[in-house]
Design a protein around this ligand. Structure first.
Ligand code: CTP
Length: 397
């Protein structure tokens, strides 16, 4: 049984669509709205969709509708929309109504889909509440930008019901990576030019984080080597922070020795300044500046060279088309050249993938066979990558 919590925000009008998707997928659903949620959508709607009575208060004496029973029976609790007030009460551990009491009592996975005005979402209080919830293992969905309630627009819309649904389905997956060790690199390296400057790239690290999160959720023991990633690391994942390509290489090489699956999602600088200046390079008295760059090692190539029998290695290829071929042709050549077991090719058109929440990728085998293609959220792309490599990993369920 899945508990759908509904807080009092206008986005509640979309929650029936989520409930529909859940019931059609075969889940029993119980809806727990706050009192204010019922100002937006009537109890009759929720009752008709689920076939269960709807209550908001712990003092409503409907048989079977008490927070401890709901909390104990739930396989998962999803709160959509989660308003600033609900998130604040949840983060503070309050139990002032049936929904917050259920959230406090449950040990099931919890997903929240925040929805509020941009100003409220970006207020330090809300930011801190979301960080606290994430640190406790709550899955916080992104609140995409778009049209808000009034005439203005910005971040803070509730995730689409279909996206909330796939996040829920992802969390309910069997732990098919239990007993497997997964090593993921994410982010982008920074190569120091002097104490205040570096050569970097536009990788946000979100795809790597999504892979680490998905693998952890599916039961793997996950280590994340994070190169300058600003987003918080997923819950339950061991994190090693690195900055440069050489640090990334050392961290990956050491940890790859006992990993079953290695994913090189980090964007590595191919070159670094031959020598980083120990003091700040001054503009004064110079007409221009030339930096001498030397090549960085190809970390993925080194990992492939040392691949243990049974170990699976995934590489990425962010490609653009040019006069020598299309983005996919370059990806194909890279897959064959680098010999990772799986190469995830993403087509970079005008920087579209960087920092965004979606990705458009083609999955290629070692000899360039096209294994799949997916354009979806980075979370769904992560699941597809794990689905593809799972049969290649020796340990069975
Ligand atoms: N990679 C790596 N070490 C490098 C460069 C890249 O391990 N010095 C890894 C990336 O993490 C990614 C894959 O190799 O998994 C492909 O990265 P990409 O930058 O697309 O390829 P390059 O090898 O740099 O090839 P090119 O610059 O010629 O496109």
């Amino acid at each position: 049984m899945i508990v759908v919590g509904v807080a009092g925000g206008i986005a509640a009008y979309k929650t029936p669509a989520l409930i529909r998707l859940l019931t059609e997928a075969g889940h029993a659903v119980r809806v727990v709205p706050t009192e204010n949620a019922l100002r937006f959508v009537g109890a009759a709607t929720f009752e008709a969709l689920t076939g269960w009575p709807v209550r908001s208060s712990v003092f409503d004496q409907a048989a079977g509708v008490d927070h401890v029973a709901l909390a104990g029976e739930a396989r998962l609790v999803v709160v959509a929309p989660a308003t600033a007030d609900l998130l604040s009460r949840y983060a503070a551990g309050r139990a002032s109504d049936l929904l917050t009491a259920t959230l406090l009592a449950t040990r099931a996975p919890v997903v929240v889909a925040p929805a509020m005005h941009t100003a409220m979402l970006e207020h330090p209080a809300t930011v801190a509440n979301l960080a606290a919830l994430r640190a406790r293992g709550v899955t916080v969905l992104d609140s995409p930008a778009g049209r808000l309630t009034g005439s203005d627009s910005g971040r803070g819309r509730m995730a689409e019901p279909t996206d909330i649904f796939s996040a829920v389905q992802g969390l309910l997956r069997p732990a098919d990576f239990a007993g497997l060790r997964v090593l993921v690199s994410a982010g982008g390296t920074r190569e120091p030019v002097d104490p205040v400057r570096f050569l970097g790239n536009r990788s946000s690290g979100k795809q790597g984080l999504a892979i680490a999160a998905a693998a952890a959720r599916r039961g793997a023991e996950v280590t994340l080597v994070a190169a300058n990633v600003s987003a918080p690391p997923p819950f339950g994942v061991e994190v090693a922070q690195v900055e440069t390509a050489l640090e990334l290489q050392a961290a990956m090489t050491e940890r790859a020795a006992d990993a079953d699956l290695v994913v090189m999602a980090a964007a590595v600088a191919d070159f670094r300044p031959a020598e980083a200046s120990t003091s700040k390079i001054k503009r004064h008295g110079k007409d221009g500046l030339s930096l001498e760059l030397v090549p960085n090692p190809d970390i993925l190539a080194g990992l492939v060279e040392r691949r243990r029998p049974g170990q699976v290695i995934v590489g990425f290829a962010a490609e653009t088309g040019d006069q020598f071929g299309s983005a996919l042709e370059h990806g194909l050549a890279k897959a064959r050249r680098k010999q990772a077991d799986l190469t995830v090719v993403n087509v970079v058109a005008g920087g579209a993938v960087f920092g965004g929440d979606t990705n458009d990728v083609v999955l290629l085998s070692r000899d360039g066979e096209r294994l799949g293609e997916i354009a979806a959220s980075k979370g769904d792309v992560a699941e597809a990558i794990l689905d593809t490599v799972r049969p290649w990993l020796a340990k069975s369920l």
